[in-house]
Design a protein around this ligand. Sequence first.
Ligand SMILES: Cc1cc2nc3c(=O)[nH]c(=O)nc-3n(C[C@H](O)[C@H](O)[C@H](O)COP(=O)(O)OP(=O)(O)OC[C@H]3O[C@@H](n4cnc5c(N)ncnc54)[C@H](O)[C@@H]3O)c2cc1C
Length: 298
Amino acid sequence: MKDFKFVNAKTVKEAVDVLAELGDKAKLIAGGTDVMLMIRDGKWNNLTLVNIRDIEECRGIKLDGDTVTIGALTRLSDIEHSAVLKEHAPCLWGAAQFFACPTNRHSATIGGNVGRANTVGDTLPSLLCLDATVTLASKKGEREIPMSEMLLGPGKTACEPDEMITKFTFKSQPHSAYMKFGRRRSMALSMAGSAVSIEVDDKGIVQKCRIGYGNAGPKAGRAYNAEKAMIGVDLNSDKALEETMYPAIQEDIAPRKKPRLSNWISGDYRRELIPVLTKRAARKAAFGECMLCKQEEA
Ligand SMILES: Cc1cc2nc3c(=O)[nH]c(=O)nc-3n(C[C@H](O)[C@H](O)[C@H](O)COP(=O)(O)OP(=O)(O)OC[C@H]3O[C@@H](n4cnc5c(N)ncnc54)[C@H](O)[C@@H]3O)c2cc1C
């Protein structure tokens, strides 16, 4: 470890003042679960670490009417135990249940998960399907950006070096769910993930749908083709979904027919997996339970 300085910021103003002064010579540290690995691996050196973990104004989950606000420094363990999120954003609540392990969740923050911008990040598909707004603060003031414009590539976000994420805001979406495919139920990074927010009529015909996927490309993203293809489809019908949503989401994740390949999972397998995860997430979101998933979880 080489020559680090450490500044404790107690307010957003204190943090962004340091960022404004030092630019990319300063980096934020929240829970530190990713930052410590970057330091250990020698990727970060000779920097000032700005500790934002104790900024109270950026912590907590609030429901105001049908608007949910989550502070960037809210820990995954707070999300995991939040009755508000269980009811109003079950996709995000569900993502926290399968996130790493209790020790990690006690430190890891939602802002750090987005700040790291790793395609495997478990909160990203949910924030995308919830169509969350991200608030960024700097010395110049605040600006808002849709989550769909936040992730630019592996490890890259629209957050400038002099900015920090302060909160996420979205409308209540009780009919939403996240499906993660990993090697184990605990301490397993996602091999692929899909989050769906959906509205169906009383016959199960899809009226509205938003889909966020993870670890299916260099960055987590919205499956816009699949979202369009889902409208008017009978969610109970495997055949209808296989003919409409399956090819559409395969186009979303791999427009050049080359799905992401990683050490864990082949591109072809991922291409088959993502539509199935999306179908299960959509049914869980719409009907409360996906019987197939329930059997597999048992
Ligand atoms: C053993 C282990 C298991 C893991 N398992 C999972 C898993 O199952 N799922 C998963 O998604 N991730 C997992 N991770 C990765 C990590 O825990 C998460 O990405 C976590 O959410 C990061 O949050 P943090 O608060 O620790 O971020 P930090 O490590 O403090 O920061 C991460 C990055 O975000 C930036 N940052 C932090 N806060 C802000 C902010 N408010 N505004 C702007 N930038 C900010 C930092 O500068 C840094 O670049 C795992 C990590 C470990 C070590």
